[in-house]
Design a binder for this molecule. Structure first.
Ligand code: PEP
Ligand code: MG
Length: 541
């Protein structure tokens, strides 16, 4: 049995088998070949392996499913054996002296981009096939196989070098027990996603491929991982997990009770969701509404930006499912760790201070207007709150309002109904907190994003694991900015919610209530423990 210490994101526990998630970006390695002839031999062997794998997949699919599904693998065989593709890779190895991995990756990537830029939807979709073939060749070169998570039938703990938010959001499997990663920070979006899924995540672990298939325990409370635990320890943790489940079941008695302190102060409790699928957990936890729907997660894994019709359908659907409850959609917050292929964001030396969120939206108004029109149309179907991330100035909020008016005119010209969303600003920069009095005159509510407010107040990149011990959600400067924001909002008669992770920090709940915060919005499984804490607080004591 081995015990390893890391950085945990929550106090959750898990017992299960480790599955190693191998990522393409960790396979590519060096670009320059030490011995191009050897690289050519390696590539040709990987090519043969891939062709055989595709033939086997074709036969198996034909036998078990249908010829229509099997044809996909036949098409992949044809694409793989295309002479131009094959020769381009071989010439990158022999003439340019590239490693087999690099040659496959660079040729494949170029071809993918060529297809995904096409107007014809059929040809555009071929980009994903090229990506698939490229991955197959890369895995064949590494001598490993990729795990297909949706085919794992047993509950598992996922181990990876690093996980991006877009990879994490795809892993929302009911078989997933927890995450172990080498890279990553407890304040990143990947960590937030794990919290929303209600599973533990341990970061800063020196992962070892040989753990694949071994039994492990994650103890989020003690920040540690046990590999090959003995039976007694497994039993001890299974008991702890069961008593945790019982405690959650007991808390469900609070589900339909109000969040009110023992001396009568009522507060609204909402849920943060990242995809519409999280709505079920929010409803089960008795959320009074959705305080933050991170709309960008819908678009992260797509090859192209969803059009107005698609976005409208999703927002209307969310509104229908929340059935008249308070619903806040946050407009696109892409950039830094949240990247999407269609935006082709260039690398920046300080991405957190760079081109992200509202800055992207206001610099690419045609892209932003697609989302705004979809939101205006959805607002015709029920009361919708819309808020804007990363605001630092009045100029930005005025520019947004102008764009909204243009979108309204465009929709009216087409005879499409639109509603009047309730508008809000996220207070997640010190600048926004300091001009809260001015901002409050422009909008109907504030929502404090403490994750970013901490990042920008403490000059500390929330995605940088090396500095996360300096990240202090209790820092007096942060609390002072929150208090200023609440006071300014109330002077202008608008409500304030806290939707960052601090909202679920039970050691801060009393401070937030004393400041007069009107609502808290947290991950669904943090709702009931928070309500329990609130109901046991006395503000007069
Ligand atoms: C925040 O910054 O606190 C917030 C809620 O937004 P996100 O975590 O998505 O940046
Ligand atoms: Mg934020």
């Amino acid at each position: 049995m081995q015990k390893i210490t890391g950085q945990s994101i929550s106090s959750e526990l898990a017992v299960g088998t480790i599955r190693f998630y191998r990522q393409i970006r960790n396979i590519i390695g060096d670009a320059i070949a030490a011995n191009p002839n050897m690289e050519l031999t390696r590539y040709r062997a990987a090519y043969q392996t891939s062709m055989e794998q595709l033939q086997n997949l074709y036969n198996k699919t034909l036998e078990q499913l249908s010829s229509a599904e099997a044809d996909i693998f036949e098409m992949h065989r044809m694409l793989l054996s295309d002479n131009r593709f094959h020769h381009a890779i071989e010439s990158a190895i022999i003439e340019d002296g590239r490693t087999a991995e690099y040659a496959v990756y660079s040729v494949g990537q170029k071809l993918c981009e060529y297809f995904t830029a096409m107007d014809d939807p059929y040809l555009r979709a071929r980009g994903a096939d090229i990506q698939d073939i490229m991955n197959r060749l890369l895995f064949a070169l590494s001598g490993k196989t990729e795990i297909a998570l949706d085919h794992i039938l047993e509950p598992f703990i996922l181990m990876a070098e690093d996980l991006t938010p877009s990879e994490t959001v795809q892993m929302n499997s009911d078989k997933l027990l927890g995450f172990i990663t080498h890279q990553g920070s407890p304040y990143s979006h990947t960590a937030i996603l794990a919290k929303t899924m209600g599973v533990p995540a341990l970061m800063s672990i020196d992962i070892d491929e040989s753990w694949d298939g071994h039994l492990a325990i994650i103890d989020g409370e003690k920040h540690c991982l046990y590999i090959d635990p003995d039976d007694a320890l497994v039993q001890e943790y299974q008991l702890k997990i069961n008593s945790g489940k019982k405690r959650r079941e007991e808390l469900s008695r609070l589900r339909d009770l109000p969040a009110v302190t023992s001396d009568g102060r009522r507060i609204s409790l909402y849920a943060n969701i990242n995809t519409p699928a999280d709505l079920t957990a929010a409803t089960e936890a008795g959320a009074e509404g959705i305080g933050l729907f991170r709309s960008e997660f819908l678009y992260l894994n797509k090859n192209e930006y969803p059009d107005e019709e698609v976005q409208y359908g999703i927002y209307r659907d969310v509104l229908e499912k929340t059935a008249g409850k308070h619903t806040v959609i946050r407009t696109l917050d892409l950039g830094t760790d949240k990247k999407s292929p269609y935006l082709a964001l260039e690398p920046e030396s300080n991405p957190a201070l760079g081109y992200r969120a509202i800055r992207i939206c206001l610099s690419q108004p045609e892209l932003f207007k697609v989302q705004l029109r979809a939101l205006l149309r959805a607002a015709a179907c029920g009361e919708l709150h819309v808020m804007f991330p990363m605001i630092v100035s009045l100029r930005e909020i005025r520019a947004i309002k102008e764009l909204l008016e243009t979108c309204r005119e465009e929709l009216q010209e087409k005879g499409l109904p639109c509603g009047n969303p309730v508008l809000g600003v996220m207070i997640e920069t010190p600048a926004a907190a300091l001009i809260a009095d001015e901002l409050a005159k422009e909008v109907d509510f504030f929502s404090i994003g403490t994750n970013d407010l901490a990042q920008y107040t403490l000059a500390l990149d929330r995605n940088n694991a090396r500095v996360h011990t300096f990240y202090d959600p209790h820092h007096p400067a942060l609390l002072a900015l929150i208090r200023m924001t609440v006071d300014a909002a109330h002077r202008h008669g608008i409500p304030v919610c806290i939707c960052g992770e601090s909202g679920a920090d039970l050691t801060l709940t009393k401070a937030f209530l004393s400041m007069g915060v009107d609502a808290l919005s947290v991950a669904p499984n943090a709702l009931l423990p928070l309500k329990d804490t609130i109901r046991n607080i006395s503000l007069s004591a």
